[in-house]
Ligand binder design. Structure first.
Ligand code: 3PY
Ligand code: MG
Length: 252
């Protein structure tokens, strides 16, 4: 099943790998593990445009739905990720209704947004009928707004009230920094857990999709218990570190 919409509709909480390294073979290898979805992180990862293009294709060939996190305010890249075949774009630091509207407009075609027509690669990748792609992609793709500041929390209702916003993703590191005014992150810590719990409830209550980043399996389990429907687990650094640690756990 390659369609993110069907994956959400299955009711299963989706496990997602978070990939920032640019090598297509690495992306393909990770996408073949038992994750339901693979996300390319262009905000803090090392991907350039050609590796986003190649990475999305590898993820689709591995049978998984591709998501892309763009850098802050890069609406041009949201459109390109969609043209390359992303089924969801995640935008960091969406703080108010205007941010949310601008973001949603870049992911959705008219009448819901202002994405410019040119999805040749996406159509080829999914072997889609061009007219059918144009008629259905607004409904089959997901604009996910990251909630990771106090301002975003204060404006949550108006952000999730934007029609083209399909869901939110909690950035627990930045969110903890913003709430505490302390630059050392404390993801899911005492200073932000109440608000994260509240966000999951309110987003679920209006039928939009609550998703969350988790650096560790413990945080992923916590996010699961709070009702998040898609949880990203770890990132390249932890995948590599845990693998290396395993191989160095030796008797000599
Ligand atoms: C955060 O925790 O702030 C994130 O953006 C996750 O990468
Ligand atoms: Mg962040």
């Amino acid at each position: 099943m390659n369609r993110l919409k069907e994956a959400f509709a299955s009711g299963k909480v989706l496990k997602t790998c978070w990939l920032g390294m640019r090598d297509p073979q690495y992306i393909a290898s990770m996408a073949r593990f038992d994750f339901d979805v693979a996300l390319l992180d262009v905000q803090h990862g090392y991907l350039d445009e050609s590796s986003i293009l190649a990475g999305i294709a590898e993820i689709v060939h591995a049978g998984k739905p591709p998501m892309v996190r763009i850098p802050v305010g890069r609406w041009d890249m949201a459109e390109r990720a969609m043209d390359f075949g992303a089924l969801s774009v995640v935008a960091p630091m969406i703080n108010n209704k205007a941010d949310a509207e601008r973001f949603a407009a870049s992911v959705k075609y008219p009448p819901n947004g202002s994405r410019s027509h040119g999805p040749a690669q996406a159509i080829a990748l999914y072997k889609a009928d061009p007219a059918e792609y144009m008629r259905t992609i607004n409904d089959n793709s997901f604009a996910i707004a990251m909630i990771e500041t106090r301002e975003a929390y204060d404006n949550l209702d108006e952000i999730i009230g934007v029609e083209g916003i399909d869901g939110i993703l909690i950035g627990p590191g930045d969110f903890s920094i913003s709430l505490a005014g302390d630059p050392v992150p404390d993801a899911y810590g005492a200073g932000s857990i109440e608000q994260i719990t509240d966000i999951a409830k309110r987003v679920n209550a209006i039928g939009k999709i609550a998703t969350a980043f988790a650096m560790t399996p413990e945080h992923a389990n916590l996010a699961h218990s709070l009702g998040f429907k898609l949880i990203t687990i770890g990132y390249d650094g932890t995948y590599l570190a845990k693998g290396a640690e395993y191989h160095l756990d030796l008797d000599f």
